[in-house]
Design a protein around this ligand. Sequence first.
Ligand code: NAD
Ligand code: ZN
Length: 367
Amino acid sequence: ETVRVELGDRSYDILIGPGLLGDAGRHVSTVLPGIRAAIVTDDNVAQHHLETVRQSLADAGIETAEIVVPAGEPSKSFATLQEVVSRILDARLERGDAVIALGGGVIGDLAGFAAAIVRRGMNFVQMPTTLLAQVDSSVGGKTGINAPHGKNLVGAFYQPRLVLADTAALDTLPAREFRAGYAEVVKYGLIDRPDFFAWLEGNWPAIRDGGPERIRAIAESCRAKADVVARDEREAGDRALLNLGHTFGHALEAAAKYDPAILVHGEGVAIGMVLAHEFSARMNLASPDDARRVAAHLENAGLPTNLDGMKTHLRDADSMLGFIRQDKKVTRGALNFILTRGVGRSFIAKDVPESEVRGFLVDKIGQ
Ligand code: NAD
Ligand code: ZN
């Protein structure tokens, strides 16, 4: 499957299917003939997939330097960025050469930002190896690192020249990471694709087990994201819809101190999407049946859908509200929220009164 991201002269293809990493050399040299490359990856992904990619590139005559950083969110730092930049320059790569991100969203964001700033912008290729990265972070051009002040505060919009989403590479992904990425797949259905959501309800087991349904789910998700990005590359408007479930989700991640042992991003998003539907029902925008339907499917996929597991980390409604205020979607007493009129009918709500959110949270968590 191929999904094209339409961005004028920066348009590019996302190739989706099993075994693409083993064919990486051919695909890269088609788009970027005669280059050399730095492969940036993490120590988990390196064990499973680095040799496959390196060999395929070598067979296509692409000389590589391999840069392996520690797995995990802490690698999205100034220190690791500096290390990656130094190694790219050590290898004497030029602007026309490529930085290849082989890994999950952490590697994509880090390597993409390095590609954006070394020599004012080298060619960049994404080889996402988590479900989250294949359906979300590798598409759309947001790159960057974290600052001590918060997540993703330093970065650039920088589009890749090619994305290779090898759906078989997901077979080595821990089950929990796969489920977490699936929350983002469900998100696209809930934003504006009700038929896709209905299809997902019937096909989760096949998607998990890696049949053609997995390819279809990933391709449809990439189309959904590519659509939004083509309409609004720099998040002046519609791109904000992609934050469905994320205001509550980010607050929960913060409450869990960003400890992945407690909550990973997709799990926060799963709970957050259910809360967004429940909150919409409370505001008489949607039916409570929609919230129940969303929760049932996410639960079926093994994702958390309520605050039960978070009780020890959430003292009261106001502590949660505090975390929501810290999120960037807050302006002076009113919140920007993605709300919904039902499954697949989400919209951007500006100026949601904080008191409404507080009332909802008091019902959920208690004073
Ligand atoms: P991740 O990159 O940390 O990967 C999750 C874990 O899976 C890591 O331990 C990794 O080593 C391991 N892993 C990756 N691929 C594997 C494979 N095929 N087999 C075995 N193990 C594998 O996390 P993620 O969930 O992919 O990405 C999260 C990051 O993405 C966050 O930093 C987030 O801010 C960012 N993000 C960016 C965007 C964007 O638009 N740029 C969008 C969403 C999220
Ligand atoms: Zn997300």
